[in-house]
Design a protein around this ligand. Structure first.
Ligand code: ATR
Length: 277
């Protein structure tokens, strides 16, 4: 029996490093591999899960949405987000969950003892990662979420989608060309892929921000994006996407093996990942 992370491209995925470390540590006698697949292979992979030949799957870009039509049941969270990143056999059903949002909140709760209740959060991006995080922030009863995205229409689409899901959290539109977060903002999150390449600089004004503001860039390669460099220079606490990646992996691991990983397991893996790229 094996586990896979599937996507295209998949070369740079750190998931095998993370899961194989825990699999070996807990002597599970399994192997976790990466598999670059075309879309037409998805049904046969799900069949192998159904037959118990594959213990678990992680789904990454670009199949997080496509996979939904092949599985039997999907969690409320994954339905809200419209994307699945973890698949396994639950009873006799192939089940899909999304652990991205919970990975994000756990990372900050652990690293900074951050309490999301009634916070104001400024989000860059309205793609898949943004949906995952916002769905979780709404569950956590954040007070205000500001959203900006290069393509305006995707911002308005996202805002109207989540407005129908919450009465508590206020959702506000921000123009991508005028990124000026105010002094009420507690947390800025970059969920876009802009920053993965050299010289990709997000034009954002930091003048009004309070000293306690935290920046999270969910990009983990490079380790420091231009955005992180800018906020660090101004003295703000910054975190890249590695903590979130490892935390979402730990939630998937628990779903597959019913093992709650210890902090020490999580920190060990973070160090190994840090050293691997
Ligand atoms: P993911 O699932 O990782 O969020 P995605 O759904 O393709 O991937 O979303 C990518 C995000 O990065 C989007 O918010 C995208 O903005 P657009 O909706 O305007 O495409 C953002 N993004 C990608 N390239 C960008 C760029 N050059 N400048 C600004 N934003 C960019």
């Amino acid at each position: 029996m094996t586990l896979f992370v599937i996507g295209k491209p998949i070369k740079h995925s750190l998931s095998p490093v993370i899961h194989n470390f825990w699999i070996n540590k807990y002597k599970l006698g399994l192997e976790y591999n990466k598999l670059e697949v075309e879309k037409d292979l998805l049904p046969s992979l799900i069949e192998r899960v159904r037959k118990g030949k594959i213990t678990g799957l992680n789904i990454t870009l670009p199949y997080k949405k496509d996979i939904i039509s092949y599985i039997d049941e999907i969690s409320h969270t994954a339905k809200d987000i419209g994307a699945v990143n973890t698949v396994f056999l639950k009873g006799n059903k192939v089940y899909g969950e999304n652990t991205d949002g919970i990975g994000f909140t756990k990372a900050l709760e652990k690293k900074k003892k951050f309490n999301f209740l009634n916070k104001s959060i400024y989000i860059l991006g309205a793609g898949g990662a943004s949906y995952g995080i916002i769905s979780r922030l709404i569950e956590k009863k954040v007070q205000t979420i500001y959203v900006a995205n290069r393509t305006k229409q995707k911002t308005t689409q996202l805002l109207s989608y989540f407005k129908s899901k919450t009465k508590y959290t206020k959702l506000k539109f921000v123009d991508w060309k005028h990124l000026v977060p105010g002094s009420d903002v507690d947390l800025v999150i970059n969920t876009t892929s802009f920053g993965m390449k050299k010289n990709q600089i997000i034009e954002i004004n930091t003048e009004n921000l309070k000293d306690s503001l935290i920046l999270v860039d969910i990009i983990y390669s490079p380790k420091e994006t231009e955005l992180i460099k800018l906020f660090k220079k101004k003295g703000f606490f910054c975190m890249n996407g590695l903590n979130m990646l490892v935390e979402q992996a730990a939630v998937s691991f628990k779903l597959w093996f019913n093992i709650s990983l210890k902090n020490e397991d999580i920190e060990e893996v973070k160090r190994i990942c840090e050293a691997s790229y």
